[in-house]
Ligand binder design. Structure first.
Ligand SMILES: [Zn+2]
Length: 109
């Protein structure tokens, strides 16, 4: 892992927090509340036609997968999933769940 332990712990914590936000929204959505605006505000990647529930589940899976990468010391964390470019700690600190460089942002996995 190219990040030191405190940095990994901080990024992992941010991913856990993000997962909590997503899980809470999903629970509220499943309880019948309209969460469209909250979901839009998160700026999640969504393919056309995806239902809000699907968008949240996909985002949750994504955050969980990245958290597991950090916990496993997987070097793929923090790299673009297409070209492997290192996204850099500054970008990851801002958005710990990012997984694509600018050139490949928005591409479906
Ligand atoms: Zn890339």
């Amino acid at each position: 892992m190219r990040f030191d332990a405190p940095t990994c712990a901080r990024l992992r914590r941010s991913l856990l927090d993000r997962g909590q936000v997503l899980a809470t929204l999903l629970a509220e959505l499943l309880a019948g509340k309209d969460k469209t605006r909250s979901i839009d505000a998160l700026g999640l990647n969504a393919r056309p036609g995806m239902r809000p529930e699907e968008i949240l589940r996909a985002a949750l899976d994504h955050v969980e997968a990245l958290r597991k990468q950090i916990e496993a010391g997987d070097d793929r964390y923090g790299r673009c999933h297409v070209c492997g470019d290192d996204l850099g700690l500054a970008a990851l600190t801002e958005v710990p769940w990012s997984d694509a460089c600018h050139a490949h942002a928005g591409l479906a996995r």
